[in-house]
Design a protein around this ligand. Structure first.
Ligand code: ATP
Ligand code: MG
Length: 573
């Protein structure tokens, strides 16, 4: 590809609305362009990277025995009604009607459609196991699209769905996908961890998220400093030492706390440690039940743990009006004493005594509060977010917290969709059986973005060779110099003939700005062609990652470059 004939709108300035490095660099390198919130054009350079990620995924999915299909982006509501998700799925589902007033959605995921394929085409156990996958555009009306391709509304996903006759088969399909994912992300040159994730009501360790380590990651991941335990914070268990609660010594005392709403304000006003306070959070379930949850003042509530405890899908912190109505006071003063609501508490609260709580009145708190004596807790459970230093649930080690980007997710679904949609197959006894499913997603654009998060420096992107949009750039120092132009063209033609993906920078620009662009684009190898080098029969080779330069003999240059690229593409892992 010739630079002068390509569309490569690089930017000198960092766009102001891009918060994370990968988003900034994708815009600056002319890979993507924003069309609307969370909706992007993939410009030529960006598309080349997307295609690289897709082809690695495709090869590994095929190797693992999965079969490629392509399902429609537009799904009829009817199918989603059969699974029950037309009602359950929230606002992320983009719904619309056609000219006949028939309801449709744009698929955010394709369990319904794929289950319908199997329902209509698979009759016998002999056709199983079956794993169907596609690489396709999804739409999710994300509440906060951000970080470019990392959290878009329209994005490309690889989604796969396995069907097995029984549970044991489904576990094997799961394991195959787990291993395929390891290979995919290893081949993409990423540093990642597979962590246990929340499985909702499936249970067991049959959901793993593949997390790329990066400080900009939206997910917090917990891992043990001494054993293999790693989990999403949403799921991370905390070993609770069953410390006996100390007996109450203080009496319940109402204290005026003017303008103190937050735990910090209250604890500094009363000169107590936040850990000696207990906060009361008013929450509402999707069915409209309002209840109160107690947590040590310095802890955070984990809504997913609460959902699991209550067996519901969605719980939110109650709005200010609700808090006012049920506690009789504005937010910031809720407390358990005299509160007419179901009261749940984090286990840790059981070991506290003589603590500070809100008094359900403006500018007032109680000191000396104690569970059992001053109010009754219906149930104690692990409800808080794990923190660094917490005890590991599996060993005597401690938990560490780091940040990651979820690029892939493998999940054992069970029979949720096959059952709801009436997909059955006949087993070898002629009995109808409901196939056991698994689903497996990879965010294609997010993987490309994660690769940039892990591979960049102050000057731009540093593509791992397998994802690089071009493997090599030829920087012609002065295209008007005939010897330079001829040598560059010759090398370019030889490389193209050898199948090397090469960008020829034939622009009539200052060398400095050509070098800057080459670095910004992150092309792994740069060959500089200049009059001075040519006098010695040399090009100059630069490695983007190390920045090291070395002379490269003009003679045989193309073949040795092809060799270097081949070595860098070798699968490790
Ligand atoms: P998240 O928690 O980040 O919203 P999710 O649990 O909704 O992810 P899945 O439904 O498991 O994601 O989707 C499979 C994969 O699709 C994810 O692992 C991620 O790589 C990708 N993905 C999900 N949502 C987006 C998005 N809005 N933009 C880009 N990629 C996405
Ligand atoms: Mg999501």
């Amino acid at each position: 590809m010739r630079y002068t004939q390509y569309l490569l709108p690089t930017l000198k300035e960092t766009p102001g609305d891009a918060e994370v490095v990968s988003h900034q660099l994708m815009l600056r390198a002319g890979m993507i362009r924003k069309v609307a919130a969370g909706i992007y054009d993939y410009l030529p350079l960006g598309l080349r990277v997307i295609r690289k990620v897709e082809s690695i995924i495709r090869e590994e999915m095929n190797r693992a025995g999965a079969i490629e299909v392509l399902m429609p982006a537009v799904n009829p509501a009817e199918l989603w009604e059969q699974s029950g998700r037309w009602q359950q799925y929230g606002k992320e589902l983009l719904r619309f009607k056609d000219r006949k007033e028939t309801a449709f959605c744009i698929g955010p995921t394709h369990e319904e459609v794929v289950t319908e394929i199997v329902r209509g085409t698979v009759r016998s156990y002999r056709q199983l196991p079956l794993n169907l996958y596609q690489i396709q555009t999804k739409f999710r009306d994300e509440i906060r699209p951000r970080f470019g391709l990392m959290r878009g509304r329209e994005f490309i996903m690889k989604d796969a769905y396995s069907f097995d006759l029984d549970d044991a088969g489904a576990d094997i399909s799961y394991e195959k996908m787990y291993q395929a994912y390891r290979r995919i992300f290893t081949r993409c040159g990423l540093k990642f961890r597979a962590v246990e994730a929340d499985t909702g009501n499936i249970g067991g360790s049959f959901s793993h998220e593949f997390m790329v380590l990066a400080d900009s990651g939206e997910d917090a991941i917990v891992s043990c400093n001494s054993c293999e335990y790693a989990a999403n914070v949403e799921k991370a268990e905390i070993r609770v030492t069953d410390a006996e609660s100390a007996a109450p010594t203080a009496s319940l005392t109402l204290i005026s706390t003017p303008d103190c709403k937050t735990i910090d304000e209250v604890s500094s006003f009363l000169k107590v440690d936040p850990a000696a306070t207990v906060k009361t959070l008013i929450v509402q379930t999707e069915s409209g039940e309002t209840l109160a949850v107690l947590l040590r003042g310095d802890r955070e509530l984990n809504l997913i743990k609460l959902c699991r405890l209550l067996g519901c899908d969605d719980i939110e912190l109650a709005a200010d009006e609700v808090v006012q109505r049920v506690t009789g006071a504005p937010s910031g003063f809720a407390g358990p004493v005299g509160l007419q609501l179901r009261l749940l508490a984090d286990r840790e609260v059981a070991s506290l005594s003589d603590f500070v709580v809100g008094a359900n009145a403006v500018d007032a708190h109680y000191t000396g509060a104690n569970c059992g004596r001053d109010f009754q807790v219906e149930q104690f459970a692990d409800l808080r977010e794990a923190e660094a230093g917490d005890a590991c649930p599996r060993c005597t080690g401690h938990l560490e917290i780091w940040r990651g980007i979820e690029v892939g997710h493998v999940f054992k679904l069970g029979t949720k969709y096959s059952q709801a949609m009436g997909a059955t197959v006949l087993d070898n006894q002629g009995q109808e059986r409901t196939p056991v499913m698994g689903c497996y997603g990879i965010g294609v654009g997010r993987t490309a973005a994660a690769a940039i998060e892990q591979n960049h420096d102050a000057n731009g992107i540093i593509w791992p060779m397998p994802l690089a949009p071009f493997q090599l750039i030829i920087t012609m120092l002065n295209p008007k110099d005939q010897s330079v132009a001829e040598a560059s063209e010759k090398l370019y033609a030889e490389l193209v003939a050898l199948g090397v993906e090469v960008l020829l920078d034939d622009r009539d620009e200052r060398p400095g700005s050509k070098f800057k662009d080459a670095e910004l684009l992150g092309i792994p190898l740069r060959v500089t062609v200049g009059a001075r080098g040519l006098k010695e029969q040399n090009f100059e080779l630069q490695d983007r990652r190390s920045g090291e330069t070395s002379p490269l003999s003009v003679k045989g240059a193309a073949v040795s470059l092809q060799q270097m690229i081949g070595d860098a593409l070798q699968v490790k892992g």
